[in-house]
Design a protein around this ligand. Structure first.
Ligand code: IVH
Length: 613
């Protein structure tokens, strides 16, 4: 037999602590979760058999404290201050100018850090042992959440041995990663519990649980960024951060030392550009004077230091009012509820509409006309209503009644059993036609420049276009009869319409809007069936032989082409002179053979459509 029990216990603890450290601090895990669990269970068993060998800092002692009645109050020996905010580069330059003037220096060394949108906490270590964890509270006193913080695997129960100070108060932010927040909310919804509004609230709610067992189940993360009291001095903030990391505490790798304002501005711009790609929410950049000596000389004004500032990025969530709820009808007849909002500046743009996706979603969020709602727009993502601020709901607000008929043509718009989307069944619904026309003319389809929203609506409303083929019968006179149509644009449009007759089979198949057939499937279909004729007559079995076409899609395609009205509309297009040609057989070999290429952004020498071709 090998090691003695105390030795094995010691080894297991060392391995578990090492694994945590590699995972959380170095961001370079070396063992799998399963292996971690196996080691932990083995340690639990040995400790159960030998209770005399249990120590307070054992990795098994993270959960176990009984639920508290309330949190005890903790005074912060050094107050946890707040930061003054700046909102643009000019204000940041003023901050820098003030600091330079007060210190009598031309250039200042700063440390820039992402401003994490979580909950500020303090961890106290005595002789290397984690003895207390507290929330910021009002800055002077917070709540004792030691038992809860112990459950975070990123909180070491013991600091790494080399040079652990007798006393260390490490400060930082508890937060939830975006992905963990999303997963947590999914689970809550499945369990019928109310979802959290945002990661910040979820993190705060999770940490301030009277039962630590609940906190233990929440995937909270942590970064440390300051020190309160310590039995060691640090000449600079940068060295302080390095020390925290060396002691086994997690420090944000995005932090950077920046010399002078220009470097700080670079950092701010980079951070703003990267904001939505970060795994956690940030609401700005904290700019801190690096030298501790200079910090002392700068001092404080009221409750904020003169040596630091928070550069606030534009908020990605704002409150506004729902003025009405409309139901849009899409190309496929899908009914989509849309909230019309009192315009609000959020995520860098003014938002006045937000989709509510479908009836279920509308019901779930229970958005009502007159409600105050939180609107979120992150990056290029479509604006979304996060939640209703119920406290502000007007007493007369009524639940929205979803229509059972198409709001445009009045046809029945049922929602098939088990599906989320209600669809208008009207064969000549103007809304469907208008959207279909826009799709038909869109770039990856027949690429008819100049046929936009307004024109499509006018063509349909005036009755000039009742099906796609009618486009090819338009002449200058017909176009000039439309409001706001000038001779030049009418001429350009007619040229574009005529040019669209010579097209490719994949574009054509995509353009006519076969349900479930996007650009990629259209290309595969055109490869398998080199003429429209062949495709029109293809059986479901033959269709299923095409890659990506399963039984359900094969049936959809078959039904679409079997429909008499559709066949007639296609014939009319051919009669009008539209010639969908099979693309030249894919060339074998060549530089792109066997590769998947993705084109994004603007290209300098051609359009993306040209590059794709
Ligand atoms: S330093 C005196 N660094 O911002 C400086 N704070 O308004 C004390 N915060 O309560 C804070 N990220 O919750 C600092 N990298 C960071 C931060 C950060 C987020 C929060 C913190 C604090 C608030 C100050």
């Amino acid at each position: 037999m090998g090691a003695s029990i105390p030795d094995e216990i010691e080894r297991l603890r060392r391995e578990l602590n090492e694994a945590n450290w590699r995972y959380y601090v170095l961001d370079a895990p070396t063992i799998s979760d399963a292996e971690y669990d196996r080691l932990l269970r083995r340690l639990e068993r040995l400790e159960a058999e030998h209770p005399d060998l249990v120590t307070a800092d054992s990795p098994t002692r993270r959960v176990g404290a009984p639920p508290a009645e309330r949190f005890a109050r903790v005074e912060h020996a050094v107050p946890m201050l707040s930061l003054s905010d700046v909102f643009d580069e000019r204000e940041l330059a003023e901050f820098d100018a003030r600091v330079r003037k007060l210190l009598g220096r031309d250039e200042i060394d700063y440390v820039c850090e992402p401003k994490l949108d979580g909950l500020a906490i303090e961890l106290t270590y005595e002789d290397g042992l984690f003895t207390r964890g507290s929330t910021r509270g009002d800055g002077f006193a917070g709540e004792d959440v030691t038992a809860n913080l112990r459950t975070l695997r990123s909180v070491p129960l013991r600091l790494r041995p080399e040079g652990a100070p007798r006393l260390l108060e490490a400060r930082g932010e508890v937060l939830l990663l975006k992905k963990d927040f999303a997963r947590m909310n999914e689970q809550r919804e499945e369990a019928g519990e109310p979802a959290f509004v945002n990661p910040r609230n979820a993190a705060a709610g999770s940490l301030r649980q009277l039962d630590p067992a609940v906190t233990a189940r929440r995937p909270l993360s942590l970064f440390l960024y300051e020190i309160g009291r310590a039995s060691r001095e640090f000449p600079t903030h940068w060295e302080k951060l390095a020390a925290l990391r060396d002691l086994g505490l997690r420090v944000n790798p995005r932090n950077r030392r920046c010399r002078g304002l220009a470097a700080v501005l670079d950092y701010v711009r980079e951070t703003a550009a990267r904001r939505n790609d970060e795994p956690y929410e940030i609401d700005g950049v904290v700019v801190k004077v690096d030298s501790e000596d200079e910090r002392r000389r700068l001092g404080f004004v009221s409750r904020a230091p003169r040596w630091a500032v928070a550069y606030k990025l534009p908020p990605q969530e704002e409150a506004t009012r729902v003025e009405s709820i409309d139901v849009n009808v899409g190309r496929t007849g899908a009914l989509t509820p849309v909230a019309r909002l009192k315009p609000v500046f959020v995520g860098g743009v003014t938002v006045s509409n937000a989709t509510l996706h479908n009836e279920n979603e509308l019901r779930r969020k229970d958005v009502r006309v007159g409600d105050t709602v939180l609107v979120r727009r992150a990056g290029d993502v479509i604006p979304e209503i996060v939640s209703v601020v119920l406290e502000k709901r007007p007493p007369d607000a009524r639940p929205f009644v979803f229509p059972d008929r198409c709001p445009v043509c009045g046809s029945a718009a049922p929602r098939p059993e088990g599906e989320a989307i209600a669809r208008c069944l009207g064969v000549s619904c103007p809304a469907k036609l208008r959207e279909g026309l826009l799709h038909f003319a869109s770039r990856p389809a027949l690429d008819i420049r100049g046929l936009g929203d307004q024109l499509a609506a006018q063509l349909v409303e005036s009755g000039r276009v009742r099906e796609f083929a009618d486009l090819y019968a338009l002449d200058e006179e017909a176009l000039l009869g439309l409001p706001r149509m000038a001779e030049k644009s009418a001429g350009n449009l007619l040229v574009a319409i005529a040019a669209s007759k010579a097209t490719t089979l994949p574009r054509f198949l995509y353009a006519i809007g076969v349900p479930g057939v996007g650009e990629a499937t259209a290309r595969l279909l055109a490869q398998a069936f080199p003429s429209l004729r062949a495709l029109l007559d293809a059986s479901e079995e033959a269709l299923q032989r095409v890659r990506d076409v399963g039984p359900a899609l094969a049936r959809e395609i078959r039904t679409f082409f079997a429909e008499e009205q559709n066949r007639r509309a296609l014939q009319h297009l051919l009669d009008a002179g539209v010639r969908p040609e099979a693309p030249p057989a894919a060339t074998r070999g060549g530089v792109f053979a066997g590769r998947t290429l993705v084109l994004t952004g603007a290209l300098s020498s051609m359009t993306r459509e040209q590059a794709k071709a």
